[in-house]
Design a protein. Sequence first.
Length: 203
Amino acid sequence: MTSPTTMRDPVTDPMLTPQNAALVIIDFQPVQVASIASMNKRLLVANVTALTRTAKLYGLPTVLSTVNVSTGRNQPMLRAITDLLPEVTVVDRTSINAWEDDDFVAAVKATGRRKLIMVALWTEVCLVFPALDALHEGFEVYVVVDAVGGTSPEAHRAGLQRITQAGGIPVSWIQLACELQRDWNREATAAGFADIVFAEVGH
């Protein structure tokens, strides 16, 4: 059995690493979750929570954004997410496309990362629009397909297809976790990685 003797540069690595990627979570709010028809809602929340735990474990810069909370038209982001990231200020918007909000774009660019791991509700709207804009501006966009949902299976599939046709990259949350860990010899995160991944596999 052999293992790599030298680690690839985590900043220039073409794959995702804790040093070259950021997580963006958009509009995971109760009304949006309740309207999802493309997958089981409980599984959706479990997956996005596992994704958030993964980001926290590896120290990924994370941008959180909601829509219409300050106007009183909508409720805040799920506490399953915000309780894990109490240090992150949520960017609230009125724009349907988060990329048309200056504070949101500033928060994304402030991460200093060009690889964006993105999830949003709904797939076909609040994920597609900022994903396309980010791609247009030269970011790499990774869409976590099992931690997003649409108003119908067809709408969800169409949204993912539009992103991938524009150059976005589909991943699953477990694939992402394994890509960030990469080697069991990275002992600082190995136990946390196993706890997150194996708690969800088979559920």
